[in-house]
Design a protein around this ligand. Sequence first.
Ligand code: ADP
Ligand code: ZN
Length: 706
Amino acid sequence: MDFRERALSLLAKFYGYRSFRPGQYEVIEAVASGRDAVVLLPTGGGKSLCFQMPALLAPDGVAVVVSPLIALMQDQTQALVANGIPAAAVHSNQDETYNRSVMEAAFAGKIKLLYTSPERLLQNFDWWKRLNISLFAIDEAHCISQWGHDFRPDYTALARIKEELPSVPVIALTATADRLTRDDIISQLKLRDPYCLLGSFDRPNISLRAYSNPGMKARTKFISELVHKYPQDSGIAYCLSRDGAEKMHIALSNLGIRSVCYHAGMSATDRDRSMRAFLNGHAQVVCATVAFGMGIDKSNIRWVVHNNMPGNIESYYQEIGRAGRDGLPAEAILFYSYADVITLRKFAAESGRTGVNMEKLDRMQAYAEARVCRRRILLSYFSEERECDCGNCDICRNPPSRIDGTILAQKALSAVMRTGGTNIGVFTLVNILRGIRRSDIVRAGYHEIRTFGVGADLRQEEWADYISQMIQLGVFEIAYDDSNHLRVTPFGMRILRGETTLTLSTYVPPQAAESGRSAHRKAAPVAPVDPVQQLFAQLKSVRTEIARKEGLPPHLIFSDASLLDMARQKPSTLEEFLQINGVGEKKAVRFGRRFITAVRKFDGLPGATPSGTSLRETLVLFNAGVSLAEIAQLKGVKLGTIHSHMAQLIEQGMVTDFGTFISRKEYETIATEFTARPDTAYDTLNGMFEPGIIAIARAIMRTKAQ
Ligand code: ADP
Ligand code: ZN
């Protein structure tokens, strides 16, 4: 078998995938041949395989994976073990006795992938160096760069790896793409002529939407609609502050939604509890700050809502990238307001890197306010030019219809002028236009100006949206140096004087179910029941049940993409089951029966597989390394039956490696007897051996005779 074939057979065996994604194989080949590599793929792009596969392909030795987060190590090792790959982690969340036994196993060559933190690795590097190390993988490698948004000082010390072990390949992986960070990773880690995989950052399955200024109520309602739209799945609501996350969590809980909170102000135990509830599917929503999510490998996150605008596009893209990692449709929704911009500008100003951060913020804001295909904006930020619109963002699906906004602008401009020119912000302006007699307005005497209430025909959200458009278009500017009040620009003055006109995009209310024009429909028509979807839903419940019994997060059993493939292919035998994308041998053996039974029941067939397929099933299980006794137990038949299967398989030449179920001595005794005294041999041996073993020995004899 050549290298490629070997890689493909391991891919099928352990992961259940038939092919590599573009670029994966080349990296694997480079690393396996000892070359350094840098992998830049978006979240969900398939980075893990780029170091896991060379680790599996290495004849001996352990791959050391450096990861900044314990949650990430746990999730990945669990996933590997579930696929039958010996992996483990050493970290400070485990007691030291356990850590020591992991290290012993690694020294004994029993572990293929060993995860740890940079501190732990470097604290005692001379000792680690004595391991037989096949490669180093540096996950979330952007943490090494001061240019990145997630700098971790511990990471810089990783340069020691190449200095002291120059011949061990190092592969650095990250989802952060800007060019400065990229070059910095290479020079900081002292990589030598690394092979670079720069994957496309496009995640076409994630639909994109943004809404300006929806109130808290509208946001909560929106999220609750999403929860009901995806009752079996979960989503993330990102908030700018801890307080914001808590408030959203309470609001959703009050609506009966299973929500948890996650932010850096919580104790480690509470955070861990939230994380687990989210991973095992109990929580439908996690209301979180950016503290949540790095390295989360939960494939069925169906939506990510940003309750506030993030400070830069890199963070935003990484956060929304947590949705839809299984490749199925997912949604990213951004809510933003001028209040966010003001807060973020303050952060940027205090950050010590004001220039860069302000620029990043401007780009983020431009995305939020875009009236052109949002995906093109995102991809062009990562230097990926796109010739056509994506068709899967709010702008593409529902190109903004235009209205003449001149009169609206004149009303707003006049209100700002009559209150003194620079005395009010957006919120007060909206209240004046709508004629709301709040105490602060009355106190300032604004209820007496001529424009008070001239915009009472529009709702609060409508005005808020139109005024943000006016700011984008340069009718007003925000006086960041003067309490963030609105200031009329020269362009605004010309509109006010009737010297020019203004075109605005029609306000579109945020709605989870449908966007755009169809939003006016009362309710979505009830979709006809699609059998694939129906079976898909049933398979999900089977998964939930198994997850509960096995104490595993559901996504580690099978991803949604695999379940959907099952619902489409309807495998009714173990062999067919192994053809499903994402089904490797280990999981097929462990969980296959239960899913096959569900598929068969769905089609009105008896639960057990037909006997004609039984022989092949035994072969599949045997090849997956399951012992004959276990096969008998799994299939609910006698051991003798499996013995007779094996005898048949041996005769068909399907099994050639019988050492695990018949010893050389047993075979020789039986064979000698049959050769010497063929007529009486059976009776003589009958009491000494299981009849099945005799049948197996005879089958071997026949293959030898040929
Ligand atoms: P990343 O680390 O880049 O965020 P992962 O390595 O977790 O992404 O991969 C994302 C998902 O894609 C996982 O569910 C993984 O099993 C799946 N995947 C990776 N490579 C392949 C492949 N060659 N074929 C099918 N699915 C794949
Ligand atoms: Zn688009």
